[in-house]
Design a protein around this ligand. Structure first.
Ligand code: SF4
Ligand code: SF4
Length: 376
């Protein structure tokens, strides 16, 4: 085992391979506060990449509702059972990651879902955390009863569990963008990767007898475009770009700004130790204990910052840029009431008004001698 630096858990950790960060690391930010669970992203991904024989049950992108939805069934419950309660000391994780404290014969603490576990992608959908009685309402935050939609893709982790587990070295991380891919020629379908991924984002193709996973729409990324799940998102909850390496921060890069400067977007289950590269803005109405076990110790500060967005023109401006352009944004600038996204060379690719203009109609139109009211 090598000793590698994992900034998300605030310490070094054991990993089967030495630290070898890519030249650039792709990253996403998802905002579950805005996700409506419409599954447009799921279908955009499926109709692009997994419409073939043997891929019928594959959803590289899925949206489940928490706390009772899962795909595959119980994936996060299994992870929590395997790891136990997370022990944080400030920003430092004191417990063991999935790579640590193992017998010499094992490289990853994992488990393999049953075939049937993949057959119920919308199990638990929209089930709330506790029964709701007639007449209940929830004026305060967090709500006493809640659910939220959690969109999930492969995290294109810095220290992937799938790579650590594969005995064939058939999975690799591209140095040019950090995208994690399965080499279909080398894969023999042992499914060690499916066992080793804590997020259960590697899936077995029963036709080819190999494993497959989200490819981050690399043909689009190579052209400077954001992946399909991002550009098709109805709720504009997603942004994809590149995150700076640990110790470096570019405050004009929208991903760095939200993850490193404002710390409003957090990795999911960082205690697993894979350093995932999808970052989530915690849903402000959901139970805090639940969110802390899922997104770590930064949850409360992130929610305080997010809840104040309307008084924070820069933060509001960056959120306005979500879903506003197909091109990858490398930089942003807020110019008064306009948010501007730029490409790698600083050329402008989009400008969006931070606040949409609105008009309030008078109740009675003096000119037409008519009442203005909705009759739908
Ligand atoms: S989320 Fe899973 S499949 Fe994706 S890189 Fe991380 S360990 Fe591998
Ligand atoms: S398309 Fe966007 S809003 Fe709809 S389910 Fe997917 S992430 Fe949520």
């Amino acid at each position: 085992m090598a000793e590698v630096n994992n900034w998300q858990i605030g310490r070094t950790m054991e990993y089967p391979y030495p630290e070898n960060r890519p030249r650039r690391q792709i990253a996403w930010i998802f905002d579950p506060n805005k996700c409506i669970g419409c599954q447009t992203c799921t279908i955009a991904c499926k109709s692009t990449w997994t419409w073939g024989t043997g891929q019928e049950y594959m959803l590289w992108n899925n949206v489940e509702s928490k706390p009772f939805g899962f795909f595959p069934v119980g994936w996060d419950v299994e992870l929590m059972n395997a790891m136990g309660p997370a022990k944080w000391n400030g920003g430092r994780y004191e417990g063991e990651t999935i790579f640590e404290g193992l017998p010499p014969t094992e490289r990853v603490r994992g488990w393999l879902p049953d075939e049937e576990d993949w057959a119920f992608p919308n199990i638990g959908e929209d089930e709330v955390s506790a029964p709701v009685k007639q007449g209940d309402y929830f004026p305060d935050l967090p709500h006493g009863t809640w659910f939220y939609h959690l969109a999930r893709i492969c995290n294109h982790c810095t220290y992937p569990g799938c790579i650590a587990a594969c005995p064939r070295q058939a999975i690799y991380k591209r140095p040019e963008d950090g995208i994690v891919l399965v080499d279909q020629e080398r894969c023999r379908g042992y499914q060690e990767c499916a066992q080793g991924c804590p997020y259960k984002k590697v899936m077995f193709n029963n036709n080819t007898r190999t494993t497959e996973k989200c490819i981050a729409c690399f043909p689009k990324v190579e052209q400077g475009l954001q992946p399909q799940c991002v550009t098709s998102c109805i709720g504009r909850i997603r942004l994809a770009g590149f995150i700076s390496p640990p110790g470096q921060v570019n405050p004009q890069n929208p991903i760095d700004y939200l993850v490193k400067v404002r710390k409003v977007a957090l990795p999911m289950y960082p205690q697993a130790g894979t350093e995932p590269n999808v970052y989530y803005i915690p849903p402000i109405h959901a139970g805090r204990e639940y969110l802390r076990q899922m997104f770590g110790p930064g949850v409360d500060d992130a929610i305080t910052t997010y809840a104040n967005t309307k008084n924070d023109p820069e933060l509001l401006g960056v959120f306005t840029l979500f879903g506003s352009a197909e091109r990858i944004m490398h930089r942003f600038r807020i110019d008064g009431e306009i948010a501007i996204g730029m490409d790698e060379n600083g050329a402008e690719i989009v400008r969006v008004p931070v606040r949409e203009p609105s008009w309030v109609r008078t109740y009675f139109d003096e000119v037409r001698q008519a009442y203005n009211h909705n009759i739908t």
